[in-house]
Structure formats: C-alpha cells, structure tokens
Design a protein. Structure first.
Length: 123
C-alpha cells in the first residue's frame, strides 16, 4: 500500500480563504463559502490525499516573455525537488506543492477573482 499523503495548509491559503469569504459576501453569495468549505474538506482534500498528482503540472507552462522566463527559472530554483500543481474544482483554482508524501496548499482563488476591473480604463 502506498504511503499516506499528508496535507498542510499554508498561511497564504488561509488568507486566500478569508478574501474569498469577503468576496462572496460582497457579491451576495455568502452561503457559497460554506459550500466551498464542505467541498474542500469532503472532496478536494481527500482527493489530494489519495491522488496527489491529480492536478496539472503548473511548471510545465513555458512563458514566452523574458520577464516570465526569468521568474519561471527563479521559481524552479527556489522550489527545488517540490512540484507545483494546479487543481481546478468547480469555480476555484488551487495551487499546491507536492514534496515527497506531503501536499502544501499554497493558494486558492475563485474564478471571478481572476478578472480585470475594466471600468478603471474608461475616461
């Protein structure tokens, strides 16, 4: 039987959850946060414990701009043997690091948080 994967929640992940809770409350969907927590603990975390490679390889994307290439190389150096993966679940994108038998939840965002405020561009 393969070793059990353990999951750790980083401080950044916790801060992201706080921002999501505020975001959902502001957008008149406060009950959606309870649903998110139910899905995290009932589906996402058990999936990651059992299948830690379920997410796509975040580092497989090759940037095209020189700034992106430099950041990509610096991140690869910094993470060493860890693997950064992304997992899409419903309306949410999670980033996590996999190192040996441990998963570190790094970040979570609601898909609507990944948008631009275009009103600011109009005069």
């Amino acid at each position: 039987m393969p070793p059990q994967t353990t999951i750790s929640i980083t401080g950044n992940f916790e801060r992201n959850l706080d921002v999501i809770q505020q975001f959902l409350a502001t957008n008149e969907a406060p009950l959606a946060f309870d649903t998110l927590l139910d899905e995290l603990f009932g589906t996402v975390l058990p999936n990651l414990e059992r299948f830690p490679l379920i997410g796509g390889d975040f580092m497989a994307r090759q940037p095209r701009a020189i700034e992106g290439i430099n950041l990509h190389e610096a991140l690869q150096t910094r993470i060493g043997a860890a693997r950064i993966r992304e997992y899409v679940h419903g309306d949410y994108l999670l980033l996590y690091a996999l190192f040996e038998e441990k998963v570190y939840l790094l970040a979570i965002k609601h898909h609507r948080q990944l948008s631009f405020d275009l009103n600011a561009f109009w005069f």
